[in-house]
Every structure is written in C-alpha cells, then in structure tokens.
Design a protein around this ligand. Structure first.
Ligand code: GLN
Length: 196
C-alpha cells in the first residue's frame, strides 16, 4: 500500500527531516514542499511540528497558502503534528498578532497550552483508532484542542479529558510528535488514507 504513495512534507520550517524519515521508512516516495509547484501530483501532505506562526508567514511569502487551502478543500489527505495541528485548525486561540491557519478541521486550538514545567513532557496514551500498545506521546510546547466542532471527531484525550488528537474526513492532527518517539502508526494511518 504505502509503496507507491507520493506524499509531501511541508518544508518551510520545523521537524521536516523526522517526518521524511518515518514516511521513507514506511516505503513512501517523499517530496519536500516549498513552492506551489511541489504540490502537483501529491497524494497527501504532512505539516510538521515547529513554530506555527513562522510556517504561516512563510507559507504566505512563498505563495503556498492559497494553493494549500484549495488542496485541503479539494480533499487532499493531510496529517499535522503540533504546529501542524494548529495550522489545520479552523480556529486558533493565543496566536500571535495576525496569525492565520490553513484550516480544515472544525476545532478550536489553543497554542502553548501547557504552561510552566509541563511545557514539554511524554506520556503513554490510549488511542482507540490506533491498534496495539499505547502511544508514546511527546509534547513540546504543544497545543490543546479546546473545542471539537460537530464536523470533527476526537481521536485521543489525556486522562483529564483534554483533547490531543482529532480527525475530520481525510485530515488528522495530533498535539504530540509521533515522529520523535519512533511511533509510526499515525503515519501508517495517514498513508492508508492516501492509498484509499
Ligand atoms: N508552540 C508551537 C507553535 O505555536 C508548536 C510547538 C511544536 O510544534 N512542537 O506553533
């Protein structure tokens, strides 16, 4: 399945290399997306972790914002981690002045939602949509999904109920970074959606 999929990783800023490695190891043909032309012929796209406000700005500078929004609206499978989750959210709280998202998932996301010492942490997470052992979830200045609208579905929440993974149609987003903990099941799920 994964062998013939050509997928992109948005490569404006962030942990691009980690995503490229996971996808390549799963047999995908991976393209780094920096210009609108790079989107042509892609079966799916990953939005990496990093700094969402920077990725937002660069996407406008490089003329990628509108083509990306069109591709998402047209049904392109997209998986976003952390900053990538923020970029996929329809609504954002605590963005920097003027910060925009690409949108696509009917959720409200709060940036940098874990203050103080809890800013970065790891935990084992049960994710019903992911079969097998619990997911080792790495959170780094992570966002939280504050509101899940009717079009979106919750994939995972912390024990206290805070939502950290969501999906809507061919879009999926996690607050944490599977690409940093050797966890490849979210990328497998993404490639399954691409192949479907
Ligand atoms: N805090 C970052 C942001 O607002 C996200 C951090 C991450 O991707 N690890 O975009």
């Amino acid at each position: 399945m994964a062998g013939s999929s050509r997928v992109g990783v948005l490569a404006l800023q962030g942990d691009v290399r980690e995503h490229v490695r996971v996808l390549t190891d799963l047999g995908a043909d991976v393209v780094r997306v920096r210009r609108p032309d790079d989107l042509v012929g892609l079966g799916g796209l990953v939005l990496p972790g990093g700094e969402s406000s920077v990725i937002d700005k660069l996407s406008r500078t490089f003329g990628l914002r509108e083509p990306l929004r069109e591709a998402i609206a047209a049904g392109l499978p997209v998986y976003g981690t952390c900053a990538g989750m923020i970029l996929l959210a329809d609504r954002i709280v605590d963005g920097i002045e003027g910060q925009q998202t690409f949108g696509g998932i009917d959720v409200t996301v709060r940036r940098n939602a874990f203050g103080g010492q809890a800013e970065s942490f790891e935990t084992d997470l049960d994710v019903p949509a992911i079969t097998g052992a619990p997911v080792r979830a790495v959170f780094i200045r992570a966002p939280i999904v504050e509101e899940v609208g009717p079009a979106a579905e919750t994939l995972a929440a912390l024990p206290d109920g805070r939502v950290v993974a969501v999906a809507q149609g061919r879009l999926m987003a996690t607050s944490f970074h599977p690409e940093m903990s050797g966890e490849d099941r979210f990328h497998r799920r993404f490639l399954d959606i691409v192949a479907a």
